[in-house]
Design a protein around this ligand. Structure first.
Ligand code: NAD
Length: 507
């Protein structure tokens, strides 16, 4: 099948009311296998009637689900967890086919999402209220944490399973109904997870998948029945989501882009640093919001580090992530994205940087039509270049040579993003300073991709997160519940004070 022969390819639809739902919008977007470059499906783009239908079904789902006891909700969550453990290989294959990351990496993303499912099984602990007895004579005060209702989740292409799982297990456990709008580039993982929920016993309408583009997103942002929005994607869209959903009275958490730096002090073991820079820079072809994209080398380490990274790049196996033996790195998501990544390397070169390893024009043997881009290493990147200040989101590692810890720390703090960063050193004092003074939401000390475990929360600072609430952990439960305070007295003539028009006071 060629890219232009689209007659025989399937159309991926929605999941509404606990069942697949074909779209009649007449609008679609192509879905490729990035390793071959072949269009393998098209995904429906919802029209307004489908958006309304999805939200109305979620509203009905919420009304049912919110009557379920804690014990019944827990049983469904445990069942989902067991099914996901038993069948995670199927989901990994779907991810690799549509995203392009290698199978073991797809399994890794599922495992990190599964952590949040496991956290969510303990929701009774996180959604407990508080009780104070006899706050005034004969009066008790207590609080409840109740679900919001219908909540929207809008996810990016780069983690089609994990990012939705940062939100929906917590939201569902807390009693909400979720409408998930996945990325139109890899829409199938969401449908697979919807089927799994059905099998786990989740009532219809509690987990809905609405396929679409800006129209579907805007529908979720503006419909009064949707109580909150959890978004992950690029910074300009995150900002738009935060502003629009806030204007429509919704609770919002909108996670944006990143430019993560690794600061290497001269006392660090450079072999370990080179391995970690390769893992964090080129894993998933650099399409991770926590990927390392800049290595700040405190001199005199730069030359030796570049040599070690270059050696390792030449040994990397690149190819179709579904092939055997498994390669280490797959393709980029689309041809357009590859052109964008390539354009940033052009910019760096034009701005005077030195291209040490050039991934432009790379093709993987046997996958000539795929959207591959070779691992790229650039030295002496000017910090004024757009190739340094903007997110590239590809397998491109940039070296910036600095004279001191202070110069490196100042560069990290001057960036527009604040998602993740790491320091590599054996100097505990420097590491403590780093964790204290760096203006970034997630810090690694000799850990290049410091994604917090499920019982801590995930989120950056500055242009990497709009809103007050991070994903999952305690903050996740706070986001997906609202508190109600109850002041209660049992009628008792002995403590009844008679008529008193004054404001209630305590005694
Ligand atoms: P994207 O912003 O293009 O798309 C994200 C979602 O927004 C998709 O569902 C898409 O359909 C929707 N969207 C796109 N354009 C829109 C518009 N104009 N109006 C309304 N909705 C729109 O992001 P992407 O390319 O899918 O993902 C990559 C980006 O996500 C990178 O910037 C990466 O850093 C970021 N990301 C951040 C985190 C984090 O935790 N901070 C995690 C993963 C990815």
């Amino acid at each position: 099948m060629s890219i232009t022969d689209t007659t025989a390819i399937p159309t991926i639809g929605h999941w509404i009311d606990g069942a697949p739902r074909a779209s009649h919008s007449g609008r679609t977007a192509p879905v490729f296998n990035p390793a071959t470059g072949v269009q393998q499906a098209r995904v429906a783009l919802a029209d307004q009637s489908e958006i309304d239908e999805a939200i109305a079904s979620a509203q009905r789902g919420f009304e049912t689900w919110s009557t379920y006891s804690v014990a019944k909700r827990q049983a469904v969550l445990f069942s989902f967890r067991e099914l996901l453990n038993a069948r995670n290989g199927e989901l990994a294959e779907i991810i690799t086919r549509e995203h392009g990351k290698v199978l073991s990496d797809a399994m890794g993303e599922i495992a990190r999402g599964q952590e949040v499912v496991e956290l969510a099984t303990g929701f009774a602990h996180f959604t407990k209220g508080a009780f104070n007895e006899n706050v005034s004579t004969g009066i008790d005060v207590y609080s409840l944490k109740q679900p919001l209702g219908v909540v929207g989740v809008i996810s990016p292409f780069n983690f089609p399973a994990m990012v939705p799982m940062w939100f929906f297990p917590v939201a569902i456990a807390a009693g909400n109904a979720v409408v998930l709008k996945p990325s139109e580039k890899d829409p199938s993982a969401a449908l697979w997870m919807a089927e799994l929920w059905k099998e786990a016993g989740l009532p219809d309408g509690v987990f809905t998948v609405l396929q679409g583009d800006k129209l579907a997103v805007d529908g979720l942002l503006t419909d009064p029945a949707v109580q909150s929005i959890s978004f992950v994607g690029s910074t300009p869209i995150a900002k738009y989501i935060y502003e629009t959903a806030s204007q429509h009275g919704k609770r919002v958490q909108a996670l944006g882009g990143a430019k993560n730096h690794m600061l290497v002090l001269p006392d660090a073991d450079l072999d370990i640093v080179a391995d970690q820079a390769i893992n964090a820079g080129y894993g998933a072809a650099g399409e991770r919001c926590m990927a390392i994209s800049v290595v700040l080398a405190v001199e005199p380490v730069a030359d030796e580090l570049i040599e070690k990274i270059t050696e390792r790049i030449s040994a990397l196996r690149i190819g179709d992530g579904a092939s055997h033996p498994e390669p280490q790195m797959g393709p980029l998501i689309t041809a357009e994205h590859r052109a964008k990544v390539s354009g940033y390397v052009d910019i760096a070169e034009a701005d005077g940087a030195k291209i040490v390893v050039d991934g432009r024009g790379f093709t993987a043997p046997g996958c000539e039509g795929g959207f591959f881009f070779g691992p790229t290493l650039i030295d002496e990147v000017p910090t004024t270049s757009r190739a340094y200040t903007e997110e590239i989101f590809g397998p491109v590692l940039e070296i910036v040579r600095v004279k001191s810890y202070d110069e490196g720390a100042a560069l990290i703090n001057s960036g527009q993003f604040g998602n993740g960063t790491a320091i590599f050193t054996n100097d505990g004092g420097a590491a403590r300073r780093f964790q204290n003074e760096i203006q970034v939401g997630m810090i690694g000390i000799n850990v290049p991709i410091p994604v917090p475990v499920a019982y801590h929360s995930f989120g950056g600072w500055k242009q990497s997160l709009f809103g007050d609430s991070k994903a999952y952990g305690v903050q996740g439960f706070e986001f997906f519940t609202r508190e109600k305070a109850i002041t209660s007295r049992w009628l008792d003539p002995a403590t009844h004070g008679g008529i008193d028009l004054g404001f209630p006071q305590n005694d």
